[in-house]
Design a binder for this molecule. Structure first.
Ligand code: MG
Length: 417
């Protein structure tokens, strides 16, 4: 295996980073102990989901698992504590228990009370530093962790990732919601987590402190206790997932755009000529010196299309959905069948990307009716006409269509999800 290019990339990126990065796997000389606390006790009502957001599936795993995996894979962290609600669902708890060595601590009614419980536990385990992190921020990156460690190593009592504000900042009128006064955004930052602290100082800052929901984060408690808290550059990857729109945006950012799935289906049908003076093709009655014989309206083109759609969905065929043994489908309009198939596509979360139908017969002539056939097919499928192609061919007087015994049709459908 050729690993050379990778190794080179590694050494280049390490060179450009601060010194601590190169020591990541060998630990700094002082053998500092560091504990990570992941706060996952919230109920996450603002996303509008039944499940607290930190336990929802995000990418290929539970959202909280992203943070657990990060801290457990970075050898600078000696212990990882998960603070959870006492009401955590047993199946979620059991899944999280599969993380070997992860410590579980029951949280309180507010974030600060939950942090306090985690901190008490961390203090018992003993460490120099503690990193407190929100489970709703799955995008922990090594660079931010490097910067936080650097700030602690440089002598700060604590450090937080912060992002300067790009948008204009305004006060609004409490009653009308109208803009009332602009705020100078310089020297104002958005603060994220993980927040890193000297454990002894943060424990002291917490002790005797009245806790409640009015406390924004651990940095507030630290600052109130006159700890020196540095800011380091944060990252959009660490933005908190609060609303459903954040969920989708962050999933796109951290997991990449979802891979689209496409399914293709093929259908074939044939019906015999009998007495009559028209044939029905794609729901359109076309005058002819014969009719088509069938249990329903014998719309050979739409039958092939329904088979193609059901085939793409792996849902059998038209005969399974509408058994010809059932009298109620006698003489039925095939529009019912196509409507059913189109609804199945929608129910499965798919969209018809395009349809291509080939009608095989010597007569009647299809091309003069082409626009009508495309129009009715697009209408019933609920898609634009430009996604539908209908063409006709003969078999040069060979075979049953060539002998004008009937009409055959083939249909291809492409469904995207
Ligand atoms: Mg048929």
């Amino acid at each position: 295996m050729d690993t050379k290019p990778q190794d080179m990339t590694q050494s280049i990126s390490n060179e450009s980073k601060v010194q601590f990065v190169t020591n990541r796997d060998s630990k700094p000389e002082k053998q500092m102990r560091t504990i990570a606390i992941i706060v996952a006790a919230g109920v996450g009502q603002r996303t509008g989901c039944v499940l607290p957001k930190q336990f929802m599936h995000f990418g290929d795993k539970m959202m909280v698992q992203w943070s657990i995996d990060y801290f457990k894979s970075d050898s600078r962290f000696d212990e990882v504590i998960l603070v959870h609600s006492p009401n955590i669902a047993s199946n979620i708890y059991n899944t999280l228990q599969e993380n070997k060595g992860l410590h579980f601590v029951i949280g309180g009614d507010t974030r600060s009370e939950s942090c306090c419980n985690g901190l008490e536990y961390a203090n018992k385990l003993g460490a120099d530093f503690v990193f407190i992190h929100d489970a709703a921020r799955p995008g922990i990156d090594t660079q931010t962790i490097d910067r936080l460690f650097n700030a602690l190593e440089a002598g700060s009592d604590g450090a937080v990732p912060a992002i300067s504000l790009a948008d204009a900042l305004w006060l609004t009128n409490a009653t009308t919601g109208n803009l009332s006064a602009s705020i100078d955004r310089t020297k104002k930052v958005r603060v994220q987590t993980p927040q890193a602290f000297r454990l002894d100082l943060l424990v002291k800052a917490y002790s005797g402190r009245v806790l409640g929901s009015q406390i924004a984060d651990d940095a507030e408690i630290a600052i109130d206790a006159l700890m020196k808290i540095a800011t380091v550059e944060g990252t959009y990857y660490l933005d908190k997932i609060t609303y459903q729109s954040d969920f989708d945006r962050m999933k796109n950012l951290l997991c990449g755009p979802e891979v689209k799935q496409n399914r293709i289906g093929f259908g074939y049908d044939a019906h015999k000529f009998g007495s009559g003076d028209f044939v029905t093709l794609c729901g359109v009655k076309i005058p002819h010196d014969h009719g088509l014989i069938g249990h329903s309206d014998a719309d050979v083109a739409w039958h092939a299309l329904v088979d193609a759609i059901l085939g793409a969905l792996a849902e059998g065929d038209i005969g399974r959905a509408f058994p010809p043994t059932e009298a109620k489908w006698r003489g039925a309009s095939s529009e019912i069948f196509l409507e059913f198939a189109a609804k199945r596509v929608a129910a499965r979360g798919g969209k018809i990307a395009n349809i291509d139908i080939t009608i095989i017969c010597e007569a009647p002539k299809i091309s003069p009716n082409n626009a009508a056939l495309v129009g009715s097919t697009a209408r019933v499928c609920g898609i634009p006409e430009e996604l539908v192609n209908i063409k006709a061919t003969t078999t040069e007087q060979m075979g049953f269509t060539g002998r004008k015994e009937g009409i055959a049709a083939q249909a291809l459908v492409n469904i995207s999800f």
